[in-house]
Design a protein. Sequence first.
Length: 100
Amino acid sequence: MEKVAVDPALAAYLTNLARMDRADEVPFGEIQTREPRATIDGDTATVVDCQDTSESGRKKESTGNVLSVGVARVEATVTLKLGSDDVWRVSEVEYGSTDC
């Protein structure tokens, strides 16, 4: 995960994956982007998109039973940091309005 994320996002991802593993849960599906808009300010990039998460969520690994599913429209704001190796990595992900 260190190849694509840094703290605090990295810690959050690893914590959530461990929790899901203990609960016999796995993520499923794909998030569809609409029209992401990116801005760059020095070593920080911000990408804002109105995503469709309605065909993704969590399910029980052992049974395949769906536990949660996303929504058709949700504003996602992703912050990336530029590493010393010139690779952009996710540092934060925030979800907001569902009327985007």
